[in-house]
Design a protein around this ligand. Structure first.
Ligand code: 2U9
Length: 343
């Protein structure tokens, strides 16, 4: 082996044994083997002195050394930059991925809005059990024993030993408890879930939500009731909303009325939402029947009161124009995420 060939071999070994662990080592290597004044250059100069018959072979060896030096440089450079990338992945100072914020259920949004409207005129909120006894759900509210609402078709009965309990069919039962446990003046609303044994469809469900209201004091009149309902309707549906009362019947109120608001869509002109009547039914109300006051130990000669009740789904339906009741309990995220709200 000629002198130049052993130099080439020596450099080849050196290149192959290089361990380049830092940027500085990499740069030193680059300057030595690949830089403008690299240590391979003298070999090319020396090549000129090599006898012609060996020139080709030696030239190829120098080229191979040069390529090997470049390959090794590239390998280490890639490794080092890979390590830098990895450092970026575990950069603990980076802010986390934000969680998507949920939305309130539309029934809760409307419930809270109704509560807020009545709280502004002095009403408190009362809650009670969903499993009720016959007295609080029916008898105290003047439902005769044979009243159809007690029937198996409307009420879910619950067996508990000898006691016959039921899933409450309205939140009036909560207000009977308020009357029994406190003295007038009473101003309370009871929001909550109620149950009725109905086949599930777009228009009916076996459970829904109500807000009922009760006002008992001395000299409470039907005019007070009407003004309270007007206030509620205008807060809920807008200042220009009008109301109309139609006579009705409920066992627990006398006289009783159903209340319509001027159509929130067409403002009374007539459209397919109000079936071209200009009016939408929103709640029922009336003066508390004296026998209901007596049941809860309130003297009807001294006190009078009014009450009202509404379905939250119904109000939500009018506000949001949702026409299928089932959507409210299916928990479809595409439906629920549309109700971001202040309430
Ligand atoms: C007491 C006495 C009377 C509450 C009332 C209504 C009229 C009424 C319905 C509206 C639609 C129920 O959700 S709905 O199906 N409610 O029409 N509710 S008066 O009367 C009471 C409440 C409590 C102690």
């Amino acid at each position: 082996m000629s002198e130049i060939q052993s130099k080439i071999e020596q450099l080849l070994n050196e290149v192959r044994q290089s361990e380049l662990k830092t940027e500085t080592e990499l740069e030193t290597y680059r300057i030595k083997f690949l830089g403008s004044k690299n240590c391979l250059k003298p070999l090319f100069a020396e090549l000129k002195t090599v006898p012609n018959e060996q020139k080709k072979a030696v030239g190829l060896q120098i080229n191979e050394l040069k390529n090997e030096a470049q390959r090794i440089y590239d390998n280490f450079k890639e490794k080092l930059s890979g390590a830098t990338d990895q450092k970026e992945v575990i950069d603990y100072s980076r802010p986390g991925e934000p969680n998507e914020i949920g939305a309130r259920h539309p029934i809760n949004v409307i419930r809270n809005e109704i509560i807020s409207i009545f709280e502004r005129i002095g009403y408190g909120v009362s809650e009670g059990p969903e499993i009720e006894d016959d007295w609080h759900n029916f008898s105290a509210l003047n439902f005769p024993d044979e009243h159809p609402a007690r029937d198996m078709q409307d009420t879910f009965f619950v067996e508990k030993g000898d006691e016959e309990l039921a899933l409450r069919t309205h939140t009036s039962s909560v207000q009977v408890r308020v009357m029994e446990n406190s003295k007038p003046p009473i101003r309370t609303i009871s929001p909550g879930r109620v149950y009725r044994n109905e086949a599930i469809s777009a228009r009916a469900h076996c459970f829904f939500h109500q807000v009922e209201g009760l006002f008992i004091d001395k000299d409470v009149s039907f005019a007070d009731l009407k003004q309270t309902i007007l206030y509620f309707a205008q807060e809920m549906f807008g200042k220009k909303t009008q109301i109309r009362l139609r006579p009705s019947y409920f066992p627990f109120t006398e006289p009783s009325a159903e209340v319509d608001v001027s159509c929130t869509i067409c403002k009374g002109k007539g459209c397919n939402v109000c079936k071209y009547t200009g009016w939408l039914e929103i709640l029922g109300c009336g003066m508390v029947d004296p026998s209901v006051l007596t049941s809860a130990n309130i003297d009807p000669k001294e006190y009078s009161g009014f009450a009202f009740g509404m379905g939250i789904e119904r109000i939500a339906q009018l506000k949001y124009r949702v026409n299928d009741l089932r959507l409210y309990s299916e928990n479809d995220i595409r439906f629920l995420k549309q109700f971001k709200s202040a309430f």
